[in-house]
Ligand binder design. Structure first.
Ligand code: COS
Length: 382
C-alpha cells in the first residue's frame, strides 16, 4: 500500500531524527561491542520497523516497495548493523510467507514477526551452495505428516536471535537442481535445531551471521511454504525484492558519506584553505554525488515497477549491482578525502569502508547480478 504524501513525509522525518539523534551517536559503541543495545531493539519495535512490509491485517504497515526504499534510504544513513536488527523480519526472512503463505500460516506467524516478538531468518546458503543456490544439500524427507530435515545452513543473518527460519531444503533427492527444493517455516525450538556462534567478520559488527544445523528435525507438513518443488522459485522471488532493499541501503550509506565528506572537506585546511576549494577534491565529491543520485533513481525505478506488479528480476539485479559497487567507490573516495583521518578508527570512515564490502557479496554477488541481468536482457531481446 502506498502511503499518502503527508504520512510518508512524517515517517521519513521521524526516522531521520531517530537516525541522527539516537543511532549515529551509538555507531562506535555497537561496532566495538559487536552488539546493538537491547533498548534500541525495543525502540525499533515501538517505531513499527519490524512490520514495515507486513500486511496491515497482521499488524504491519504494508508499505509499498517504493516507500520501503525511502525508509531504507534514511536507515542507510547510519551503520548498516542497525538496519539488520529488523532487516530479515521485513525482508528475506518474512517475504516468502507474505507472498506464498496460506492464510493459516500468515495468521500464525506474521503478527509476531510484525511486532518484533519473533525474529525470522532466511536460510538458503550452505557450505556447498552459495552462488549456486539450487545446489542445496539440506534434505527434507517426507515421513507421514512431517518432513525430516537434515543439513547445515551457513552465514545466516540474525540466526542467533531468530526463533523462526525460512528454510530451503531438498525434498526430492532424485532431482538434482532447483525443482527438487521446497521451502519451510521452521521453529528454532523444534528438537534438533542448533545455531553456531556468530562469525568474526570484516565489518557490520552488531549484525550477526551463524551456521544453523538441522539434525533430524521434524517439521509439520502444514509448515511447508507453497507446493513441493517450489522452494527455489520462492527464494528467487524473495531475493528479487530483497535486492531492491539492499540497493536502497547502499544509497543511504553513500548519501551519508557524501555529507560527511562535504563537512570534513569544508573544515579541513591545507595550503591555507579548506580542502573543499581544491578541484581534485571537488571531483571526488562530484563523482560520489552523481553516482549516488544515479543509484537512487535506479532503485526507485525498480521499486515502482515492483509495486506495479511487473517482473523486476532484471531491474532489482541492476539496482543491486550498481548501488553496491557504487557505495564501494564512494567509501573508498571518502577514505581518500579524509586522508590519514579516514584510515584511523576514530572518524568512523574506515568502518564504513569495511561495512559496505559485503553489499557486493550477499543476496547475490555482483557477478551473479551480471549473470541475471544478461540472461534477462537476452530473454527480453534488449
Ligand atoms: N523469479 C522466479 N523464478 C525464477 C527466478 C526469479 N527471479 N530466477 C529463477 N527462477 C526459476 C527459473 O525460471 C527456473 O524455472 P523453470 O525450471 O520452471 O524454468 C528455475 O527457477 C531455475 O532457475 P535457473 O535455471 O535460472 O537456476 P540456476 O541454477 O541457473 O541459478 C541463479 C540461477 C544463479 C541466478 C541463482 O542461483 C542465484 O540467484 N544465485 C545467487 C543466490 C543468492 O543470492 N544467494 C545469496 C543467499 S541469500 S543472502
Amino acid at each position: 500500500m502506498a502511503l499518502d504524501r503527508e504520512t510518508r513525509d512524517q515517517l521519513i522525518q521521524t526516522l531521520r531524527r531517530y537516525v541522527t539523534e539516537r543511532l549515529r551517536p551509538l555507531e562506535a559503541q555497537v561496532a566495538e561491542q559487536d552488539l546493538a543495545p537491547p533498548e534500541v531493539v525495543e525502540e525499533m519495535k515501538a517505531l513499527g520497523l519490524f512490520g514495515l512490509s507486513i500486511p496491515e491485517e497482521y499488524g504491519g504497515f504494508d508499505l509499498s516497495v517504493e516507500d520501503e526504499a525511502l525508509v531504507s534510504f534514511e536507515m542507510g544513513r547510519t551503520s548498516p548493523a542497525f538496519r539488520s536488527i529488523y532487516g530479515t523480519n521485513v525482508g528475506i526472512g518474512s517475504q516468502g510467507l507474505v507472498m506464498f503463505g496460506t492464510p493459516a500460516q500468515k495468521a500464525r506467524y506474521l503478527p509476531g514477526i510484525a511486532s518484533g516478538e519473533r525474529i525470522i531468518s532466511f536460510a538458503l546458503t550452505e557450505p556447498e551452495a552459495g552462488s549456486d543456490s539450487a545446489n542445496v544439500q539440506t534434505r527434507a524427507i517426507r515421513d507421514g505428516d512431517h518432513y525430516v530435515l537434515n543439513g547445515t545452513k551457513r552465514y545466516i543473518t540474525n540466526a542467533d536471535r531468530a526463533n523462526l527460519f525460512t528454510v530451503m531444503a531438498r525434498s526430492d533427492p532424485e532431482k538434482k537442481g532447483a525443482s527438487g527444493v521446497s521451502a519451510f517455516i521452521v521453529s528454532r525450538d523444534l528438537p534438533g535445531v542448533s545455531v553456531g556462534p556468530p562469525e568474526r567478520k570484516m565489518g557490520q559488527q552488531g549484525a550477526h551471521i551463524c551456521d544453523v544445523v538441522f539434525d533430524d528435525v521434524r517439521v509439520p507438513v502444514e509448515d511447508r511454504l507453497g507446493q513441493e518443488g517450489e522452494g527455489f522459485k520462492i527464494a528467487m522471488q524473495v531475493l528479487d525484492r530483497g535486492r531492491i532493499t539492499i540497493a536502497a541501503i547502499c544509497v543511504g550509506v553513500a548519501e551519508r558519506l557524501v555529507a560527511d565528506c562535504v563537512a570534513y572537506a569544508s573544515e579541513r585546511k591545507q595550503f591555507g584553505q579548506a580542502i573543499a576549494n581544491f578541484q581534485l577534491v571537488q571531483a571526488m565529491i562530484a563523482d560520489s554525488k552523481t553516482e549516488s543520485l544515479a543509484a537512487r533513481a535506479l532503485t526507485l525505478e525498480a521499486a515502482r515497477r515492483c509495486d506495479a506488479g511487473e517482473d523486476v528480476t532484471l531491474e532489482a539485479a541492476a539496482a543491486k549491482l550498481f548501488a553496491s559497487e557504487m557505495v564501494g567507490r564512494v567509501a573508498d573516495r571518502a577514505v581518500q578525502i579524509f586522508g590519514g583521518a579516514g584510515y584511523v578508527a576514530d572518524y568512523g570512515i574506515e568502518r564504513f569502508y569495511r561495512d559496505v564490502r559485503i553489499f557486493r557479496i550477499y543476496e547475490g554477488t555482483s557477478q551473479i547480478q551480471q549473470v541475471v541481468i544478461a540472461r534477462e536482457t537476452l530473454k527480453r531481446g534488449g
